[in-house]
Write a protein that binds this ligand. Sequence first.
Ligand code: GCU
Length: 427
Amino acid sequence: MSQRYTLLLLLLPMLMNTADARKKGFIYEESEVPAYTLPDPLIANDGSAVTSASQWKAFRRSEILDHFEESVYGRRPGKPDALKFTVTSQDNNALGGLAKRKQVSILFEGGDRPFAVHLLIYVPNKTSGPVPVFLGYNFNGNHSIHTDPGIDLSKSWMRKNDNGNKNHRATEAARGKSASRWPVETIIKRGYAVATAYYGDVEPDHADGWKDGIRSFYKTDAQGHSLKREDWSAITAWAWALSRIVDYLETDSDIDADSIALLGHSRLGKTSVWAGATDQRFAITISNNSGCGGAALSRRSFGETVKRINTSFPHWFNSSFKAFNANEGALPVDQHELLALIAPRPVYVASAVEDEWADPNGEFLSAKAAGAVYELWGKQGVGVDSQPPVDTPVGDTIGYHVRSGGHNVTDYDWEQYLNFADRHLGR
Ligand code: GCU
């Protein structure tokens, strides 16, 4: 075997990793996308045209919200009366003096066992008064976002036994393993606080996870009506708990709770968009590579399909969503209307060019179609007709970019989010 050939064989896996591999049996060519018609967010259920922001607010917004609750994500149980917040640790001199670090437990009451979601917050020291904040769930525990040894090691169940996790629990070796996705110092230096929690505190991410999660903790909703796990879904549980984090942030004098930018990647991007759609306290919502069931249009069936996501992740969506497997055209809504529910608040949709599974162009087309609703307020959406070139951010109230590279959150993505937040939060 020639030396050159051996070298090629050795390099091959590396070269293949540069692109997210295509899965067999799915659409990856525009020419194969089936013909489809998107539901019009500005045609009401009774067929009448919606032409003003006041009509949107008076009834059309809730019609669309109801469709998403009934057919896709399930319903949210409302705000519980009993919530307690405990600051479990505080260090005013964290990150070499750059920030104050606080850890806060959000304690849920009224169930059959103790239940808590643990929040990690960094607040910039070099500012006075309440500051805007980037809030987002992490995939692997708060300790994974930074090597800061003061962060509590999560005791919750971890999905994967890699990156320092063993027997589905974190070990010391897991510290900072997701740090590349969380440029904490950069964010702090730009004048923003960072708040994060582990989504697995709310519900472990597997089909039986609800048994240990908030969906088995509550037997009734805030109004006292019976609440079964099929009434919501894992994504709704995660999204609803983001609202509970906002309940806390509203009480924190370090934080400007009118300036919360919510961000999520991938399944947590789906979660963020649903949270941003349902809770108007999020000033900015950011979808990072959220794909199917997030920002991407379901009707295109490009990359991941409704059938595939319902099969691989049956717990993410509610049971009614299964009726749309290989039947997307029957959905009463499509995902551009989810983005439209965020209007008139700013929303940012980010794709990655190699992340074909998430349908980058479908994410763009969805962001573009949501613009019709933003126009009711005279706000401009993405401002372009077709997907912009790679690494070229566009848009005004609806931001969009397709980054070079694959499924991930990178410094490039953060740079755009920080600029977008500066612009919209008047910094
Ligand atoms: C899978 C899934 C996607 C999801 C992603 C993630 O790839 O098919 O829908 O976005 O996991 O959350 O990482």
